[in-house]
Ligand binder design. Structure first.
Ligand code: NAP
Ligand code: ZN
Length: 352
């Protein structure tokens, strides 16, 4: 298969910084769209992956799954995009398209294994997929999305992961006008959860450890902020929420949030991946018919639905634009919860 060499930024090992390197991209096949990447958001999953926090990272690791760019080439069978169009790619670049879940527009739960935009199986070139911290990407048309024309392109990039990851559980658990929901953690995912839940008509509470984020949270649309390290404040909201979206990236005690659910409420974990410690206490769950659930990104149709909703409501992410050369510093700031509220890389910086 024909391929071209493009510039990218990635890590050669779990303890290595991200540096410039070269990767291959395939020449477009009949069903492919080639995109010159203009902006790429920086997700905490990028950091987890390059540092092998979850195990299974293949190196070199080139992360990035919040991609917005311009179409530079299309294959003969492509019908929805043409050269010059603005296009976007999120966390998924492939799935079997045949299993029950794929047929139900749930490609992210593909029974035969979905293909991640990075660290996935590259069936075209062999090896693993490389993400958006690069000049170009070539993606099957089905996995390419349209960005509403009114949205700022840099601010729209984080919708492709932070947006859809919070939108999908909000929709699945039917959050709408008058719903009472809470969000745990004000980072990339958390701030999108607040904006989207608010736009859906919900009353939104933020649980945060950071007192200095309260003003921002209210400006983003939260109705109130509860400092989760203060038991008195936590007690005040016992029994209140139909749903909670927990975006905390590391191991934390989920049991402090469960009693704030209303009867039949659900706490959805989208951040931390792994066994809970301390263990989940079943007592409040049983006494209140509550659930603790999980959710992974969203399907392609649902991602387009979310983008269109953001277009209608003029919703983008609150971002800090960085150069690719500043990515390692950005990761350190992300680890300190010092992001307001998503870093987005201006990929023009990779040309310099
Ligand atoms: P982020 O920007 O770093 O935000 C995480 C926020 O969580 C922080 O700003 C902080 O908010 C809070 N936090 C951090 N450490 C905490 C701790 N020890 N205890 C309590 N709160 C803590 O990260 P992100 O990009 O939003 O990603 C969040 C997580 O979601 C990551 O683990 C990422 O891998 C995962 N993710 C999952 C999916 C999925 O499909 N399920 C998709 C994308 C990302 P406060 O300062 O307000 O406390
Ligand atoms: Zn992500």
């Amino acid at each position: 298969m024909q391929k071209t060499n493009v510039r990218a930024y990635g890590a050669e090992a779990a303890d290595a910084s991200l540096e410039e390197l070269k990767i291959n991209r395939r020449e477009v096949t009949a069903g492919d769209v080639e995109i010159e990447i203009l902006f790429c958001g920086v997700c905490h999953s990028d950091l987890h992956t390059t540092r092998n926090d979850w195990g299974g990272t293949i190196y070199p690791s080139v992360p990035g799954h919040e991609i917005v760019g311009r179409v530079t080439k299309t294959g003969a069978d492509v019908t929805r995009f043409k050269t010059g169009d603005i296009a976007a790619v999120g966390c998924l670049v492939g799935s079997c398209m045949e299993c029950k879940n794929c047929k139900d527009d749930l490609e992210q739960y593909c029974i035969n294994g979905w293909v991640g935009t990075y660290n996935g199986n590259d069936k075209y070139l062999g090896g693993h997929t490389y993400g958006g911290y690069s000049q170009k990407v070539v993606v099957e048309e089905h996995f390419v999305l349209k960005v509403p024309g009114n949205l700022d392109l840099a601010g729209a990039a984080p919708l492709l992961c932070a947006g859809i990851t919070t939108w999908s559980p909000l929709k699945h658990w039917k959050v709408g006008k008058g719903s009472n929901v809470a969000v745990v953690g004000l980072g990339g995912l958390g701030h999108m959860a607040i904006k989207l839940a608010k736009a859906l008509g919900a009353n939104v509470t933020l649980f945060s450890r950071s007192e200095n984020k309260e003003k921002d949270a209210l400006a983003l649309g939260a109705d109130k902020v509860i400092i989760s390290t203060d038991p008195q404040q936590m007690k005040k909201v016992h029994g209140e929420f139909e749903g909670i979206i927990d975006t905390v990236p590391t191991l934390h005690d989920v049991n402090i949030y469960v009693p704030t659910l209303a009867a039949s409420g659900t706490l959805v974990l989208v951040g931390y991946l792994g066994p809970l410690d301390p263990m989940l206490n079943s007592v409040p769950l049983i006494l209140g018919r509550m659930s603790v659930a999980g959710s992974l990104i969203g399907g392609i149709a649902e991602t387009q639905e979310m983008l269109d909703f953001c277009g209608e409501h003029n919703i983008t992410s609150d971002i800090e634009i960085i150069k690719i050369q500043d990515i390692n510093e950005a990761y350190e700031r992300m680890l300190k919860s010092d992001v307001r509220y998503r870093f987005v890389i201006d990929m023009a910086s990779l040309q310099n």
